[in-house]
Design a protein around this ligand. Structure first.
Ligand code: BES
Ligand code: ZN
Ligand code: ZN
Length: 500
C-alpha cells in the first residue's frame, strides 16, 4: 500500500473511505469540522447516536455512492488519559485491515484529525503511517492454500487543509513508512523456515541490503573465521553442515567518515537445537527465531539507509547454526575466544554468549566504537523474568539506560533495566579454563550479561539487550500476526537518530 498525500482542503479530498479516530470524551461530528465539511452527510447519520468511543469500537457509515467520500469508518480510542501510542497504533492498523476486508482501494486520513488526539500532530502522522502499513503485514509465504483474502488497499492518503502538503508532514509520514518496511524485513527473516535460512543465506541478506544502499559489507566464511581467531563462533557452528558466517556491515554517509561509529552487534543463530545439550522437542521449532537480534539490526539498517540518517554505523552479526553431530562442540570442551580468554563449555545450549563474545571483541578492535550495543535472544531466563513484551537492558551507564528506555517506550520496543551484578562473576569460574559458559540457573539472564561484560573494554560505553521472548508474538493482533515481531528495529533506528 502506498502512502500518499492530498492537499487543498476538504472540498478536494477524495477516496473510497475516510478514517476517523475518537476518544471516549469526544463527539465524532464536533471534533472533526474538516471532515464534517468534506462529508457533511455523516454528521446527521443516525448510527452516531450509539457510538461511545470505546477502545476498539468501530462504526462504519455510508453516504451516497458517488460522493467524493462515500464511506466513513470511525474507531474508538477509549478514555483520553489511557490513549497511549500503542492504543493509537492498534486502532489505525485495525481500521486499515477493516478497509482491506471491505475490498476498498483507497483510504483517506485527515491529518487534522490527528492534531486533537493525545500526543497529537506530526508524531502521530509517523505512527499512523507505520501502523497502517504494518497492519497489512502478512508473513504467509509458504502456504499453497490461498485464503479468500481481499487485495491490500492501493493507497492511504493523509489529507491536509492547506493548499500544499507541509514538508514536515511528508517527512514524518515517510519515516513511518520506512520503519514499517524495516520491521517487515526483520519479521520475514525471523519467520523464514530454518532450512531456507542458513547462516550463509542470512549473510546474503546482509549483502543484498548493503548493495541496495551502498554500504560496505564483508562476509567471512568458516576458514576466515578460523584464521582470524574467532574460536567461539567457529566452535558453535562446528556441529552443523551449514557453516558459520561473520557479517560486517558499515554504513557511512558522506561527511561522516571522521566519526567513531555507533556499533551494533548481534547474535544470529539461524537455528538453536541446543547442540549436544539438546533442547526438549516442545517448541524447538521456535528456535528458528534465534537470529532475532541479527534481524533487528538488518531491519534497522534498512530504515536508517532509506532515511539517510547522517551517522556512521557499523554492524557485526555472528551467524551460525547450533546442531549436534560428530563435529559438534561437546560439554567439557575448552575454546579459545578472539579476546584470548579460554571458555569451558558446560552447556552447549548457552551458545549465544560464545558467538557474541567474539563478535563484541571483533567489533571493538575493528571499529573503536563511540557506542557499543548488542542485541540477542540470549536467555530463556530473561523471557521468564520480563515476559514477551519487554526486553532486558543491561548497562552500567545511567544516562544511556534511561535514554534507551525512553526511546523504546515511544516506539513500543520496550526495554527494562536489569542489573549487571558484579559479584555474580564468581559464579562463572571454571576449574579448567578462564571462564565457564554458564552459571547457576538462578539469575540466568544476569549471568549471561556478566559473561559478555568480560569481553568489553572498560572505557567503552556498552549496552546489552536480551530480547529472548520478544522475538515472537504468540497472540496475534491487528499490528502483528503470530510469528516474528520485528522487535528492536525501531529502537535501533531511534538510537541511530539520537545522541546520548
Ligand atoms: N536461544 C536460547 C534462549 C531463548 C530461549 C531465546 C527462549 C528465545 C526464547 C539460548 O541459546 C539458550 O538456550 N539459553 C539457555 C542458557 C542456559 C543453558 C544457561 C537457556 O536460556 O535455557
Ligand atoms: Zn541455546
Ligand atoms: Zn540460542
Amino acid at each position: 500500500m502506498d502512502i500518499r498525500f492530498q492537499a487543498g482542503g476538504p472540498a478536494a479530498w477524495k477516496a473510497d473511505i475516510a478514517l476517523l479516530f475518537v476518544c471516549r470524551e469526544d463527539a465524532p461530528a464536533d471534533c472533526q469540522p474538516e471532515l464534517a465539511e468534506a462529508a457533511p452527510w455523516f454528521t446527521i447519520s443516525p448510527g452516531l447516536r450509539d457510538f461511545r468511543g470505546e477502545k476498539e469500537e468501530k462504526l462504519l457509515l455510508y453516504g451516497l455512492p458517488d460522493l467524493p467520500l462515500p464511506r466513513l469508518l470511525i474507531t474508538g480510542l477509549g478514555p483520553r488519559e489511557a490513549c497511549t501510542l500503542d492504543v493509537f497504533r492498534l486502532a489505525v492498523a485495525g481500521a486499515v485491515r477493516r478497509c482491506k476486508d471491505l475490498g476498498l482501494a483507497s483510504i483517506l486520513l485527515p491529518a487534522s484529525a490527528l492534531a486533537h488526539l493525545p500526543g497529537g500532530g506530526l508524531r502521530l502522522l509517523e505512527e499512523a503511517a507505520f501502523a497502517a502499513c504494518t497492519g497489512l503485514y502478512n508473513g504467509k509465504k509458504w502456504q499453497n492454500r490461498k485464503d479468500e483474502e481481499k487485495p491490500d488497499p492501493e493507497w492511504l492518503a493523509f489529507a491536509f487543509t492547506e493548499a500544499f502538503v507541509p514538508d514536515e508532514a511528508r517527512v514524518m509520514a515517510r519515516r513511518g513508512e520506512h520503519s514499517a518496511r524495516a520491521v517487515a524485513l526483520a519479521r520475514d527473516l525471523v519467520n523464514t523456515p530454518p532450512n531456507l535460512l542458513s547462516p550463509a543465506a542470512l549473510a546474503d541478506q546482509g549483502e543484498a541490503l548493503a548493495k541496495r544502499h551502498n554500504m560496505r559489507c564483508e562476509i567471512f566464511d568458516k576458514a576466515q573465521i578460523e584464521a582470524q581467531g574467532l574460536g567461539g563462533l567457529l566452535a558453535v557452528g562446528a556441529g552443523s553442515a551449514n557453516e558459520p558466517r561473520l557479517v560486517v556491515l558499515e554504513y557511512c554517509p558522506a561527511g561522516c567518515e571522521g566519526q567513531k561509529p555507533l556499533t551494533l552487534v548481534a547474535k544470529g543463530l539461524c537455528f538453536d537445537s541446543g547442540g549436544l545439550s539438546l533442547k526438549p522437542a516442545q517448541n524447538m521449532h521456535h528456535m528458528k527465531g534465534d537470529m532475532g537480534g541479527a534481524a533487528a539490526i538488518l531491519g534497522a539498517l534498512e530504515a536508517i539507509a532509506l532515511e539517510a540518517i547522517p551517522r556512521r554505523i557499523a554492524a557485526v552479526l555472528a551467524c551460525a547454526e547450533n546442531m549436534p553431530d560428530g563435529n559438534a562442540l561437546r560439554p567439557g570442551d575448552v575454546v579459545t575466544t578472539l579476546a584470548g580468554l579460554s571458555v569451558e563449555i558446560l552447556n552447549t545450549d548457552a551458545e549465544g554468549r560464545i558467538v557474541l563474545c567474539d563478535a563484541l571483541c571483533y567489533a571493538q578492535r575493528r571499529f573503536a566504537p563511540e557506542l557499543l550495543v548488542d542485541i540477542a535472544t540470549l536467555t530463556g531466563a530473561c523471557a521468564v523474568a520480563l515476559g514477551s513484551q519487554i526486553a532486558g537492558l543491561f548497562c552500567t551507564d545511567a544516562a544511556l539506560t534511561e535514554h534507551l528506555r525512553v526511546l523504546g517506550a515511544a516506539v513500543s520496543d520496550h526495554v527494562w533495566p536489569m542489573p549487571l551484578w558484579e559479584p555474580y562473576k564468581d559464579l562463572l569460574k571454571s576449574e579448567v579454563a578462564d571462564l565457564a559458559n554458564i552459571g547457576p540457573r538462578e539469575g540466568g539472564a544476569i549471568n549471561a550479561a556478566i559473561f559478555l561484560k568480560q569481553f568489553v573494554e572498560n572505557d567503552v560505553r556498552w549496552a546489552h539487550i536480551d530480547m529472548a521472548g520478544t522475538d515472537r508474538t504468540e497472540k496475534g493482533s491487528a499490528l502483528a500476526p503470530v510469528g516474528g515481531s520485528g522487535y528492536g528495529v525501531r529502537l535501533l533506528v531511534e538510537l541511530a537518530r539520537s545522541t546520548v
